[in-house]
Structures are given as structure tokens and as C-alpha cells.
Design a protein around this ligand. Structure first.
Ligand SMILES: [Zn+2]
Length: 421
């Protein structure tokens, strides 16, 4: 049922495509047919002449390679372009065959796991969420929950596990994306979990895992404001302060795959104690547990009256809105530290855009005019246009969508890349 609706929608609307829109500057080593496929998917629909122009190839190679992609069932021809003269046959465009592959993207959390099922064109076919307990779990317990979650999203789309080519997973922690291993995660009882092997053994499917800041950055690069940007940063303010950076139109993963720990850059020598054990980390002034710690004092809460950081923050925000000076001071101070952190990001990476994302962004004190003005005043400008800052209060599915990009990229490599050994 859902499929029929989705297909009909595809026919009536001009698809906007998904995936990064810009080529990398550092040379493209992917096979030409993969570049063609990815250009068409990014455009949504493209004429052969667009493909030849964009990739700088001859009309002959474009014809041969697209014929190969069509016979492989990965691209198809549609009459999707407007007539230029109003006469004759409508020009033929190419588009991805959506049903050629399906992937699932999953965001694991300590409150609600979420999942999204996507076709090969990146269209979302179904989503599901599964409430969970805020306790650490063994890998077997976590795989059990993933099993239930995938069952829900597949049922909702009328699909089965056999229709799925790969799964992407985003979770907090120290993740080795190359190896598919979780070195440490607050969700797991044990360190050094080989998720790739455990997942393949249980589901017979490849899994691609990354930390949650990286999958949120991929959501922007594949489906959001970052699609047409070659350099941008996503800063997330959640339980911690995370960051993902795209450089040269690609997610930057560093040398050891540790992820970029903006939250643990130091903003104060011998400063406040961070939950990492060190002092003066940005997170110790900005993350929800840091604000909740101060909120308990400002709101005169009995420390024995255990309240979740979220509930505490909501109460603090309500007090600030109502004019409580102590509550306002807490947000104002957190905002000043955010200015310092963002200014450091600009000085280090020179991004064209910083996207502030995450559930904390509902607390608008954190991105008030004065916070952004202070960020600019701490940054050398040299008369250049200041870095833009956007606030994206995505819904809870953004991470799961980003995780689909992990799986889509890998499945595309498998289907179209050079044969791997
Ligand atoms: Zn720290």
C-alpha cells in the first residue's frame, strides 16, 4: 500500500534527488558509471546532455555507460523534462530505479531507538520508533531491540528483511567506522564490540556504523542544507556536545576515526569538572547535565528528589522565560561558552556554514542574537563575509535518515564500484 503511494508521488512530483551535489576537488577515483549514477541520483532527474556536461565526458561514453546502467536495472528513462519548444516528443530523462535496493537507517539511543526505510533513490518509505530503557545493554540485548525495530519499519512498508541490502547505524560513543566496531558507547555494557560480525551473524546483512554526530552531518550532506556546500560543520548540543565536519564535500573522519570531540576541547584551564574526568571542557559548561547541575541549585530543588536532566532543563527554561534572573544567567553563561566553541570552529576549519542541531536547540537562549554576535566578535574577520549559522531543529528521524546515507553509500559502492577483493 505504502509503496503504491510512494511510487505515485514519484511520478507526479519532480524528484529533488539526494546525496552530495558537488564533486570533490581532490580528484574522483570512482568508476565513471558510478559517477554517472550518483550524478543522476543527486539531480533527481537528469538528461544525458546534463550528465555529459557535468562530468565532462563524450556523448558516446554517456550513451554506452547509461545503457549499461539501464540494463543492470539501476537507472531508467522517464519522460520527465519540460519540452523546450512545446512540440515533438518530450525529452527523456534518467532517474534511479527506486526499488533497485532498499536500506534501513537506525539511530540507537537511551530513550527511543528510531529507524527509517529508504529506497535506492533516497526516498523515505516508512519509519518506526521503539522506546527503550536508559540502562546499558549487552550487545545481544541491543541486537534484540534492533530486531524488533527493523520488524516494525519493515511491516509498516510491507517489506521483509530479504528486501534490504544494508543497514546503517548511528550511536553515541567511540566508533571505528572502517572496522564496524564500537570501541566504547554509553549504550553498551562492554567495550570493543565487533558490531559488524555480530550483526552479520544475527541478520545476515552488512551493517555500517558511525557516531551520532557524523550521521547527523551525513543527513545534512545527503538530504539537507549541506548538499550544495563543500565545507560546513554541524554542531550538536544534546547529552554532550558533538561535531561533524564536511571538508572537500566529504565527511571528515580524521586519522583514527575517533570523531571530532568539540565538547572536550578546553575552554578554561582548571575549569569545571567534565564527565570525561578532565577539567575545563566546553561540555562541562554547555551539555544538559552541566546545565541541570546548575539548575538544581538555581531552582532550589532537593537533590534527593531525582529528576531527569530533561525535565530539569524544561523547568529551568520555563523559569528563564518567566523572568527568573538566576535561570537566565545560566543560559546566558552557557551561550557565551557556545560562542567561544563556535568561534574556534570557524578559526580552525573556515566553514561556509555552521548548522546548530539537536534537541537542545529548542532553548533559544543558546542561539540568541547576542550569542552569534559574540561568536563573530571572537573571530578574525579580515573583512570577509562572516560564517553563516543556521539552526536546524530536525525531528527525531534526522539521525536515522543520516544513517541511511551510510548504508546507501556502501550499497552504491558495492553495486557500481570497482570489484572489491
Ligand atoms: Zn571532557
Amino acid at each position: 500500500m505504502y509503496d503504491v503511494l510512494a511510487d505515485r508521488k514519484n511520478e507526479s512530483e519532480d524528484p529533488s534527488g539526494c546525496g552530495p551535489l558537488l564533486p570533490t576537488d581532490s580528484g574522483d577515483s570512482r568508476p565513471l558509471r558510478q559517477q554517472i549514477f550518483e550524478h543522476v541520483r543527486a539531480a533527481g532527474r537528469a538528461a544525458r546532455t546534463d550528465v555529459t556536461r557535468a562530468l565532462g565526458i563524450s556523448a558516446g561514453s554517456a550513451t554506452t555507460l547509461t545503457a549499461d546502467l539501464i540494463s543492470s536495472g539501476l537507472l531508467r528513462e522517464v519522460e520527465g523534462l519540460p519540452r523546450e519548444s512545446g512540440r515533438g516528443r518530450p525529452p527523456v530523462a534518467l532517474e534511479v530505479v527506486p526499488s533497485a535496493r532498499h536500506v534501513i537507517g537506525i539511530k540507537l539511543s537511551d530513550e527511543n531507538h528510531s529507524a527509517v526505510l529508504t529506497d535506492f533513490a533516497g526516498q523515505m518509505l516508512a519509519d518506526a520508533t521503539l522506546p527503550t530503557t536508559p540502562t546499558r545493554k549487552s550487545i545481544d540485548e541491543l541486537l534484540e531491540e534492533i530486531d524488533v525495530l527493523m520488524g516494525l519499519v519493515l511491516k509498516s512498508a510491507g517489506k521483509s528483511l530479504a528486501d534490504v541490502s544494508a543497514v546503517g547505524v548511528g550511536m553515541s560513543g567511540i566508533i571505528d567506522n572502517d572496522m564496524g566496531a564500537v570501541a566504547w558507547s554509553p549504550l553498551l555494557t562492554e567495550p570493543n564490540v565487533d558490531l559488524r560480525s555480530a550483526f552479520a551473524e544475527r541478520f545476515g546483512l552488512p551493517v555500517h556504523v558511525d557516531n551520532d554526530a557524523n550521521v547527523l552531518t551525513l543527513a545534512e550532506l545527503w538530504f539537507g542544507a549541506g548538499r550544495g556546500m563543500s565545507a560546513f560543520a554541524v554542531v550538536t548540543i544534546e547529552n554532550g556536545v558533538g561535531m561533524g565536519v564536511v571538508l572537500d564535500n566529504r565527511l571528515f573522519r580524521g586519522a583514527r576515526g575517533m570523531g571530532l570531540e568539540l565538547g572536550h576541547t578546553k575552554v578554561q584551564l582548571d575549569g569545571a569538572l567534565c564527565r570525561c574526568g578532565q577539567r575545563g571542557c566546553l561540555e562541562a559548561y554547555l551539555a544538559d547535565y552541566a546545565l541541570a547541575r546548575e539548575a538544581a541549585t538555581a531552582l532550589h530543588r532537593n537533590p534527593r528528589n531525582q529528576q531527569s536532566p530533561n525535565a530539569m532543563l524544561d523547568a529551568l527554561f520555563a523559569q528563564a522565560k518567566a523572568g527568573n534572573t538566576a535561570a537566565r544567567t545560566i543560559f546566558r553563561r552557557a551561550g557565551r561558552y557556545l560562542s567561544v566553541g563556535l568561534s574556534n570552529v570557524i578559526q580552525l576549519f573556515d566553514p561556509g556554514l555552521i548548522i546548530l542541531s539537536g534537541e537542545r536547540m529548542q532553548y533559544d537562549y543558546l542561539y540568541a542574537e547576542e550569542v552569534l554576535a559574540e561568536m563573530q566578535s571572537l573571530t578574525l574577520s579580515d573583512g570577509r563575509t562572516p560564517c553563516r549559522v543556521e539552526i536546524h531543529a530536525w525531528g527525531g528521524l534526522a539521525w536515522a535518515r543520516g544513517a541511511t546515507a551510510l548504508a546507501l553509500a556502501a550499497v552504491t559502492d558495492d553495486a557500481l564500484g570497482d570489484a572489491r577483493t
